[in-house]
Design a binder for this molecule. Sequence first.
Ligand code: GLC
Ligand code: CA
Length: 539
Amino acid sequence: METKKDWYKDAVVYQIYPKSFCDSNGDGIGDFKGIISKLDYLKDLGVNTVWISPCYPTPDKDNGYDISDFDNVDPKFGTMEDFEEMLEEMHKRGIRLLMDLVVNHTSDEHEWFKSAIQGKDAKYRDYYIWKDPVNGGPPNKWGGDAIGGSAWIYDEKSGQYYLHVGFHYQPDLDWENPKVREEIANMINRWFDRGVDGFRCDVINMISKDFDAPHPGDGPRLHEFLHELYEKCFKPHNAFTVGEVWDLPPEDSLMLTHPDRGELTLAFQFEHMRVGREDGKRFYPAEFKPHDFVDVLAKWQKGLNGEGWNALCMENHDQPRCLNRFGNTGKYRRESAKMLATLLYCQQGTPFLYEGQELGCINPIFHTLEESIDIESCNNQDILVKKFGVEETLRRFSFDSRDCGRVPMAWDDSENGGFTTGKPWIKLNDFYKDINAKNELAAADGVYGYYKNLFKVRAANKTLMRGDFELLKNADGEVVFRRFLEGEKDVYVVLNYSEKKIKVNKPCKGGKLMLSTHQRKRLDENMTLKPYEAMIVEA
Ligand code: GLC
Ligand code: CA
């Protein structure tokens, strides 16, 4: 495949959660052959890059984010040959593959940790972070995954603590150890040798730690470690890397991604995910204000402008469906799905979408506590039940649990939604008979078709692909922004982020309608926009 330098700017990235995408052999778990069978579906949508959530061997306590062997694939997904076939089939279609790189920690069942826990003299002891007790307790106050718990686990045998900043079975690797960094760089290069094109880098700002800081992550050697990986791995392979980092302002995000620095290509920002949550906290819904949502997005457009590049994302495997959070799941499901796509993907940056988002999927409903199986929900369950009772806890899980997007992809309205012929590993979405790929593709006003047209319009327009961004209006549901690029015509995006009809003016003199969510035929001086109506206009 051609290796244009800035290929990430032309990418449309589709995230596959492999367990839930498509099952080819009836064991209830998605797999590589299942993915191969859907590549034409992705190609047709306009996707040219896939990010696959971890598919390495794993005890699966965190759905693969607990890796026990970096160099293989988990047999539940198929063999290494199946993986290679999948990659080849992607490349044949001009689709590149980003793997998930989870190197802040391993599973506690990784060979390195199984050795390390044997004692102070064990071969791989120094691959992990061990500390003596301080005043008879953990070395610092960092919190762990269990509410009120510590990030440090005491090991009776050696009398030392080891660190896990993620879940308790995810011990942190010691990046201060040059051997660890070398192992990881070599491992990354082996995946490049197998042909992968880049990586999504899990909780990557955690790899350097300052033990005196109030929170782990963003330690003093973060940039040095990333630059080392860049020189050894990413640069020689012209790779596209995107970091998962939380709660960094644009200035700090640029420190990770500015092209002059040689670290990562992009970093996600999740600030807009905080809108509609009390203090940004999952399971604590607050009033959602579209105005604030748009403002945060615009802040990041401005913050990275001319120096960095946004990763445009509103769903992933850790987030519920965007329609439940930011749109409408009822009467205006399709309309709000299209409006949100227009709002997000007409900004400057690289689109990321999560499986099912292109169908306007909405969250399932969790009817019993047993149905909600994700570790983060389980960890929070007791507290929520104590505070709010079971019914309200279930309501909150159905609004905000990580399982919301992890239920099987619905391909059609047949039994098990065409995902599997067996028993799915997690419940189906309650709404799969209505909301599935077959229906969305067949409907004249389906969401899939709109996404497809949107990506087409975008790809063919230089201003939308590269231009700068300016927010012109964000009040009472009316949102207008402009994209501009030297030597090209301006592009205006006008949308109604409300359930009311609103009156708007034509955004510019003349103008040509490039795309409309509501089959609008022409532009008028004064227009009444229907609920969630959106349009793209070329000046
Ligand atoms: C990242 C992953 C999430 C995982 C966590 C711990 O945030 O996206 O799914 O649980 O890291 O590894
Ligand atoms: Ca399977």
